[in-house]
Design a protein around this ligand. Sequence first.
Ligand code: PRP
Length: 167
Amino acid sequence: MISEEEVNARIAEIAAQINEDYKGEEIVAIGILRGGVYFCTELTKRITVPVILDFMEASSYGAATSSSGQVNITKDLIEDIAGRHVIVVEDIIDTGRTLSLLLDNLRARKPKSLKLCTLLDKPERRIVQVPVDYNGFVIPNKFVIGYGMDYAQKYRNLPYIGVVEGE
Ligand code: PRP
């Protein structure tokens, strides 16, 4: 769906925008495991303002809305984000459930600012609205793999975004 060259060029553009937006500031980039790991590392390699890297793993379960759903944090941050500029880095926003709950959780830790950066956005599937501040590509409702995204835990390491036919 999206070649390695296209993905990398877009990541460079997003990094340039972040460098501009946070000039003179320090940021904490939070990669969301496991899917966000490739995008987060490629993005932060191109960031020139001081950046601290941390990771978090979460899964959402239960009801469909952020008010009644719950987020299960299976790996928490090491950093204290209170009073700091935070950017959450994800591979894909689908229904929005995971990120909505995760953002609520992070907001409660009182960061100075909290933004969301995703490589891919599948708006057709959205159930819970989430504010996307930096978005790589808007994509149709197809099963995508590569650049962190899996099919039965495989293919995350593909350096491009592919489509699984028939899924
Ligand atoms: C994927 C993706 C997001 C979430 C998006 O993670 O990385 O975290 O799903 O879906 P949503 O918008 O419907 O909540 P997944 O749970 O597949 O885990 P993984 O990153 O380890 O593959």
